[in-house]
Design a protein. Structure first.
Length: 169
């Protein structure tokens, strides 16, 4: 049920401090090796910005000093996609926009579920090497196959354990 698996740390309540998740770090290192990345010592920082489903108004992230940098993934076609970094950060909550077909601009109201807020998230940032929708699909299938094989996650997009944010410039 929404908002039944929340804790003081994930909500950013006063006096609460985060604790490093050892398994998440091990998974990140496993992925970094599989992507041919340089696995480095890293640090976490606060990434401050307002987002409606982030209860603390900041995100704990390795964005500035990622654990994994400069790798690549080879697609079945032989084409290689560069990996700029694969870093750990905490997940946000989940917004659901009610009415208007589920789009925020037409919604009557929005609901926020904080159940996954604060859960470790392993984010892969690729280089701007993808040139077509076909390559993007092949890339995501390869990443899906890799994280499932490595036991990092179950790859279930419907439950949010595997997601893609596509940024096209």
């Amino acid at each position: 049920e929404p908002n039944t698996n929340v804790c003081p740390v994930c909500l950013g309540l006063p006096g609460s401090l985060p604790v490093l998740n050892r398994a998440a770090v091990e998974y990140a290192m496993r992925l970094g090796r599989a992507l041919g990345c340089r696995v480095d010592a890293s640090t976490f920082s606060r990434k401050n910005y307002f987002y409606p489903d982030m209860p603390k108004d900041y995100q704990v992230s390795q964005y500035d000093l990622p654990i994994n940098a400069e790798g690549e993934i080879e697609l079945p076609s032989g084409y290689r996609v560069g990996i700029e970094r694969a870093h750990l950060e905490e997940d946000t909550g989940k917004s659901t926009h009610v009415g208007g077909g589920g789009r925020i601009t037409d919604a009557g109201y929005s609901l926020v579920d904080y159940n996954r807020a604060g859960v470790p998230l392993l984010e892969i940032v690729s280089a701007p090497d993808l040139r077509s929708a076909k390559e993007a699909v092949a890339y995501m299938k390869k990443v899906h196959q890799l994280v499932c094989y490595l036991g990092i996650c179950d790859g279930n997009m419907q439950e949010g354990s595997f997601r893609c944010d596509a940024n096209v410039s």
